[in-house]
Design a protein. Structure first.
Length: 114
């Protein structure tokens, strides 16, 4: 089972940007779908973006046009570029396969606040 470690979160003002990274413990080239998820306080975890091994990406409506997911199969990483961040993007962000496995990493906190 692949282990995933998220990084890159932080505190940013509305309208700012962050780039999240997810490092996998083994090759991910044969994992068709990888995804970024988030969980805000008091809310269920939700899928933010997913990407196939071939690079086809899909996004939640709430982040379309602002977030961009990418993967580097050679480096075993999955990244999430987040632009024009809004306070409602505040959450703990996780990466996982898609559909999600039961094994979650520690996530990385993203806080959007002035």
């Amino acid at each position: 089972q692949v282990q995933l470690v998220e990084s890159g979160g932080g505190l940013v003002q509305p309208g700012g940007s962050l780039r999240l990274s997810c490092a996998a413990s083994r090759n991910i080239f044969n994992i068709n779908h990888m995804g970024w998820y988030r969980q805000a306080p008091g809310k269920q975890r939700e899928l933010v973006a997913a990407i196939t091994s071939g690079g086809f990406a899909t996004y939640a409506d709430s982040v379309k046009g602002r977030f961009s997911i990418s993967r580097d199969n050679a480096k075993n990483t999955v990244n999430l570029q987040m632009n024009n961040l809004k306070p409602e993007d505040t959450a703990v962000y996780y990466c996982n396969v898609y559909p999600a496995s039961a094994s979650w990493g520690q996530g990385t906190q993203v806080t959007v606040s002035s």
